[in-house]
Design a protein around this ligand. Structure first.
Ligand code: 8YV
Length: 331
């Protein structure tokens, strides 16, 4: 590419204004001002044209798409931490580097997880729905109405003790929860000590003993339906599940069936297996608090994510290793 010619950076979704402005200063940025998700055909056109593609969780960058990529496409700078939307193996084989945006959305996602851990047992959504429904009249306080369950002193089982899992544990400790976790690798003794966290090598054994489960692991081939129908049945019927990671980690149909049948006390879900589709049984249940994938949805977080994307692109174009390069072996 001639030094004077700016690289073509195709951004698949609308990003915060400050991020788009900076991208336009630095690159020949092609933005999606309308924010409509690109079709497979439009993405195909993008990978034929772009030097750098900036996709998000809503873009499926699979083998068939990557097979259409032109030789100029050298970097996929994902706007997001999870990279399960991208076929990393095919990208590697084709010599395309992939980066993500870790770290900057940790605290926001952990906040949202904690919000769900509180919201479901304490019936927050039900309470507010009661007051806002014009067909319902609130006659006033009653000693036995809208009773939920205490979280203080209960056992929280965190699946995936990475950055976000640890940030959830820190918050949960302040709320008096006992921290338990399952992870591919045991975390350091120091971290376990700091979080007063108990490690369970066996996920099955942990599930059977927890009051609240929080899913904080990435979606990979190994974690697809990690909470399978068999494992969900190990949970106590009084337990709650919170998921702010990826819907695919839980067998959503089975979860919906169990919530409906009262075999699980409730769920707080920010992510779904076939987003944006959601199992209607989950939406119909009072015991489910459902959010439209808002874990990292703060303006500060999204600007920081954009900043990371820019740093990854700039560093790469300057001939250096981008700081947030992902390798298939990491997942
Ligand atoms: C992002 C997320 O907003 O970063 C992630 O992995 O789940 C979200 O919080 C989304 O993925 C953007 O691509």
């Amino acid at each position: 590419m001639p030094a004077s010619k700016k690289p073509i950076v195709i951004v698949t979704r609308k990003l915060p204004e400050a991020v788009e402005t900076r991208m336009c200063e630095l690159f020949d940025a092609r933005l999606n001002v309308g924010d409509t998700p690109m079709s497979h055909a439009e993405l195909g056109q993008a990978v034929k044209t772009a030097d750098v593609l900036v996709p998000t969780v809503t873009d499926r960058i699979d083998r068939s798409l990557l097979s259409q990529a032109g030789p100029q496409l050298k970097l996929i700078a994902n706007f997001g931490t999870g990279v399960d939307n991208i076929d990393l193996d095919t990208a590697r084989v084709r010599g395309i580097i992939v980066t993500n945006t870790p770290g900057v959305l940790t605290e926001d996602t952990a906040d949202m997880t904690m919000a769900l851990i509180l919201a479901v047992p304490r019936r927050l959504a039900e309470g507010t729905a009661q007051l806002k429904d014009p067909h319902k009249h609130w006659p006033g306080w009653s000693p036995t109405w809208m009773l939920g369950h205490r979280i203080w002193g209960k056992r929280l089982g965190i699946i995936g003790m990475g950055r976000i899992g640890q940030a959830v544990a820190r918050r949960a400790r302040a709320f008096g929860l006992q921290i338990h976790y399952h992870n591919r690798r045991r975390v350091s003794e120091e971290t376990e000590h700091e979080l007063e966290a108990t490690y369970w090598e066996s996920l099955d054994q942990m599930l059977a003993r927890m009051d609240i489960i929080s899913v904080n692991c990435p979606h990979t081939p190994a974690t697809y339906h990690l909470l399978s129908a068999r494992r969900l049945k190990l949970l106590k019927p009084t337990s709650y599940i919170v998921n702010t990671a990826r819907g695919e980690v839980i067998d959503e149909n089975e979860l919906a069936r169990m919530v409906e049948a009262g075999q699980i006390a409730g769920a707080g879900l920010d992510v779904f297996e076939n987003e944006p589709a959601i199992n209607p049984k989950l939406l119909a249940s009072d015991r489910v608090v459902a959010l439209p994938h808002m874990g990292s949805a703060t303006i500060e977080g999204r600007i920081d994510m954009g900043e990371k994307v820019i740093i990854n692109i700039k560093t790469f174009l300057d001939g250096h290793n981008p700081p947030d390069r992902v390798h298939p072996a990491m997942f």
